[in-house]
Design a protein around this ligand. Structure first.
Ligand SMILES: Cc1cc2nc3c(=O)[nH]c(=O)nc-3n(C[C@H](O)[C@H](O)[C@H](O)COP(=O)(O)O)c2cc1C
Length: 136
């Protein structure tokens, strides 16, 4: 079974966990990168507003050969209890028929967005297999 870990990371915590997991599981890894990276002030102001408005941010094209993968692990920081806008954009690129395991990384160790993530993934015709939240 071939796995790809796709992750977004603003300040590096999720990246570290994703890189460690990819090495442990011998999985492929792909970073989700926004086209316009906000500075910290913008992330905490406009970023949070966009989370609340359920907006996506444009991301750089992803060179993922989806049909090579049986399993997708999506790793994301929590922004205002939710997925950050680039992660919404990533989910929008998902093909149908995939199984996605989600790990959210939060300073608090909490994220109240399980149902939202599941609905977004289901909306693409894929399914969420697992949802967990880890403390950064
Ligand atoms: C804009 C913004 C909003 C955040 N909102 C939350 C939050 O609601 N709850 C939480 O536990 N952590 C929150 N955090 C903290 C991050 O989720 C946490 O530091 C995470 O580990 C960052 O991952 P990263 O370093 O991969 O970007 C927020 C961080 C940012 C930048």
């Amino acid at each position: 079974m071939k796995t790809i870990i796709a992750y977004y990371s603003y300040s590096g915590h999720t990246k570290k966990l994703a890189v460690e997991l990819a090495a442990k599981e011998s999985a492929d890894i792909q970073e989700i990168v926004e086209e316009n990276r906000p500075d910290r002030l913008k992330a905490y102001t406009g970023g949070i507003l966009d989370v609340m408005r359920e907006k996506s941010w444009a991301i750089k094209p992803l060179p993922i050969a989806w049909n090579e993968y049986d399993q997708i692990i999506l790793m994301s920081p929590v922004w205002a209890g939710n997925p950050p806008p680039p992660v919404r954009a990533f989910i929008d690129t998902l093909p149908s028929g995939k199984t996605v395991s989600v790990t959210m990384v939060a300073a608090s160790g909490k994220a109240g967005c399980r149902e939202k993530m599941e609905a977004l993934i289901n909306g693409k015709g894929s399914s969420m297999k697992e949802f967990k939240v880890v403390k950064a």
